[in-house]
Design a protein around this ligand. Structure first.
Ligand SMILES: *Cc1c(COP(=O)(O)O)cnc(C)c1O
Length: 382
């Protein structure tokens, strides 16, 4: 272990936690310094939302702090039922099931459905929780080129299978690009393969009402399985899976990650309920985020940085691990918090600044940040 840690330190891929002393919001406090947050997954800035906090506090008074059991024993409440119904409605599906995290939703879904009789076709840039779910299932795993539907179809044709699953992120977590859903679903139909989309970074972000990838493409049809998290735009914690009644009933009875873990606390469930209600009712929040994405990309471009994204994730590829860290540290001195993403989260030599926007960032803050990023990159790379 210590040899591995030494190796990681020498290669600038050793990591530590960063301890903030404030709520996660547009401004955060780190080492007594107020910083502008440009790295949070709380895209709609709901983690510290007053209305949601008030509601969750009231729920703690009535329901307490712990759920007291797993979902099939004593851990379910009227609140969890309400949340599942609300999610199914929000995502335009028949039914939904809540897990404790998005990670558990992926691992618990794929491993419950697939076994060694199955072949899984998985995008090379899929989230680690999808990869872990595939591995745990013992299915045959075929990796296709990133968002390359021709390669996907070729791999399907060259790998005879009995039962198949195609799985992809909706919005890719480190590149911020969007899956070619129309084509993926066509292929799934054509070859009679189950389809699964992870909308973790899509829900609350893309689509005219922030409903995610299928709304982004104006499609009425969803993948067979749509999955997501309550920890990103929704601003709380938890994961969910949406689909038809049979799928959800099956997962409730078969998914070990769902069955064998204590249910979310009532406050978390209540906070998610209120957050999704707010996202549904107050569309300005989603629209403002979408406006900020466009505005910020333009600002970066006019500062000489080649950036493009339709999602809240805007990667700025630097390449070298150490230089990426240096730039991120320099930006901290400017009062801006942006994560340096390195191997093994992304491929070696493709280290990047991963900017994450919030709907609450103002035009001045977006302008200032784009300028400082450009300046700091030029300083370090020249
Ligand atoms: C963050 C993320 C997850 C995990 O969700 P958590 O609720 O944080 O466990 C799953 N899939 C994707 C694509 C993600 O980005």
């Amino acid at each position: 272990m210590s040899e591995t840690l030494d190796y990681m330190k020498e290669n600038h891929i050793y990591r530590t936690t960063t301890e903030f002393s404030s709520a996660q919001s547009k401004y955060v406090t780190l080492n007594n310094k107020k910083l502008l947050m440009f790295a949070s997954n709380s895209y709609l800035d709901l983690c510290n939302n007053t209305e949601i906090k008030q509601f969750a506090k009231g729920i703690i008074d009535n329901y307490g702090v712990g759920s007291g059991g797993s979902r099939l024993t004593t851990g379910s409440s009227l609140l969890t039922k309400q949340l599942e119904d609300l999610i199914a409605n929000f995502k335009n599906t028949e039914s939904a099931i809540v897990f404790n995290t998005g990670y558990m939703a992926n691992v618990g879904t794929i491993s419950a459905i697939c076994d060694k009789e199955w072949t899984i076709f998985s995008d090379e840039l899929n989230h680690a929780s999808i990869i872990d779910g595939c591995r745990l299932s013992k299915a045959k795993i075929i990796i296709y080129k990133h968002n390359d539907m021709t390669d996907l179809e070729n791999k399907i044709l060259s790998n005879p299978f009995k039962k198949g699953l195609i799985v992809s992120d909706g919005v890719f977590s480190m590149d911020g690009d969007i899956v070619n859903l129309p084509r993926l679903l066509e292929i799934a139909d054509k070859y009679n393969i189950l389809s699964m989309i992870d909308d973790a970074h899509a829900t609350g972000v893309i689509g005219i009402n922030g409903r995610g990838t299928s709304e982004y493409y104006n499609m009425t049809k969803n993948a067979d399985i749509t999955l997501g998290t309550l920890s990103k735009a929704v601003g709380v914690e938890g994961g969910y899976v949406c689909g038809n009644k049979i799928l959800i009933d099956y997962l409730r009875n078969k998914s070990r990650a769902y069955i064998f873990s204590t249910a979310l606390s009532p406050a978390s469930v209540a906070a998610s309920l209120k957050a999704i209600e707010i996202i549904s009712k107050n569309l300005n929040n989603v629209r403002q985020l979408q406006y900020n994405i466009q505005f910020f990309c333009k600002e970066l471009q006019s500062n000489g940085i080649n950036a493009k994204s339709e999602t809240a994730i805007i990667p700025i590829i630097i390449g070298d691990e150490q230089k990426t860290l240096e730039i991120s540290k320099a930006l901290l001195n400017d009062g801006i918090y942006i994560s340096a993403i390195r191997y093994p989260t992304v491929a070696k030599g493709s280290a990047r600044l991963r900017v994450a926007l919030m709907s609450s960032h103002t035009q001045e803050e977006l302008k200032f940040t784009a300028k400082r990023i450009s300046l700091r990159i030029n300083e370090v790379l020249v």
